[in-house]
Design a protein around this ligand. Structure first.
Ligand code: UDP
Ligand code: MG
Length: 315
């Protein structure tokens, strides 16, 4: 049995020297399995690649895929899935926020045979800015309501999967990727393992609030068509409203004979409707832009350097 661990790394030179011993320890306790550690260097600007080269020299289980530039965590995970050969495959952050110590338990659950994947979720969000936690919670509520991808609040990308599930993920070659949605969409029997939030071991987060916000919009657009129907329902509602107003104005003219009153109300209505129209155009534009990116079929990632034989370098 081979277990692949996919570890996306972007400027993680400070944490790798902490992560590797932790992984070594866990692998030592699971000696009945073979391991491959697939580090994906996502165009880091610091010494991450040097650290990985060094680790690879020491330990033949360490394999690295180094991108030609920063393609983002989603691309890094996809590159990992495309290259992983394990019977079981896990994705894990480099910063130890996905505790390696959970792995033995995850493997045990998968071995039990009742599940195809073991996923983790944090039940606390200690150490995170409150505003960020609040927005995250709102996001999960919203996306579960408007899409059929089943996404659990606090779900991490950290999960261990069987080969069949990995093949299904690789087959989903969409350009705009949102893994939490993809994991839910493909189905399979998933067991959720709750754990207390752990803070990053060293270094700093790569996700600014703005980046997270854009990522959440991506998630919604990739897994729901509800925003598009908001546009059409808004249009229908406004048309109905305009009929009511026309009736009102005609009736008032017939009864009281006062047709010209108040250009301010007119100005307000024009800006209001103009705003709604632009908003709806914007929604359609978002979907169109995504379609444009999909249609171009550019690769998700480009690997510039690797120590792995027969790696999938572009996909
Ligand atoms: N990451 C990546 N590419 C990026 C941003 C992040 O590969 O463009 C990796 C990063 O190295 C880490 C994981 O994604 O292993 C999660 O990132 P981080 O810990 O900064 O996010 P947070 O846990 O704060 O949400
Ligand atoms: Mg982190």
């Amino acid at each position: 049995m081979l277990i692949s661990l996919i570890i996306p790394c972007y400027n993680e030179e400070e944490v790798l020297p902490l992560l590797y011993p932790a992984l070594e320890d866990v692998m030592g306790r699971l000696s009945r399995f073979d391991f491959e550690l697939l580090f994906v260097n996502d165009g880091s600007r610091d010494g991450t690649l040097q650290v990985l080269r060094q680790l690879a020299r020491q330990d033949s289980r360490v394999q690295f895929l180094s991108f030609s530039r920063n393609f983002g965590k989603e691309a890094a995970m996809y590159a990992g899935f495309c290259n992983a050969r394990g019977d079981y495959v896990a994705v894990m952050d480099a910063d130890m926020q996905d505790p390696p110590a959970l792995l033995p338990q995850m493997i045990e659950l998968l071995e039990g045979g009742a599940y195809d994947s073991v996923a983790t979720r944090r039940v606390t969000r200690q150490g995170e800015p409150p505003i960020r936690s609040f927005c995250a919670r709102m996001f999960y509520k919203l996306i579960n309501r408007i899409s059929d991808a089943d996404i659990v609040d606090g779900a991490r990308d950290f999960r261990l999967m069987r080969r069949e599930m990995v093949d299904a993920i690789v087959s989903m070659g969409e350009y705009n990727r949102f893994s939490k949605g993809i994991f839910g969409w493909i189905g399979f029997r998933t067991c959720w393992l709750p754990y207390e939030n752990v803070e990053r071991a060293a270094g700093e987060t790569k996700w600014s609030f703005w980046k997270l916000f854009k990522y959440s919009i991506d998630g919604i657009i990739n897994f729901s068509q509800v925003p598009l129907s908001i546009a059409s329902w808004g249009g229908i509602l406004l048309t109905a409203l305009s009929f009511v107003m026309i009736t009102f104005i005609v009736a008032r003219k017939l009864l009281f004979g006062d047709p010209v009153a108040g250009w301010p109300s007119l100005a307000c209505m024009i800006t209001f409707i103009g705003g709604i129209q632009l908003f709806c155009l914007g929604i359609m534009g978002q979907y169109l832009a995504k379609t444009y990116l999909e249609v171009k079929k550019r690769p998700h990632f480009i690997i510039a350097e690797t120590n792995r034989e027969e790696a999938v370098k572009v996909k």
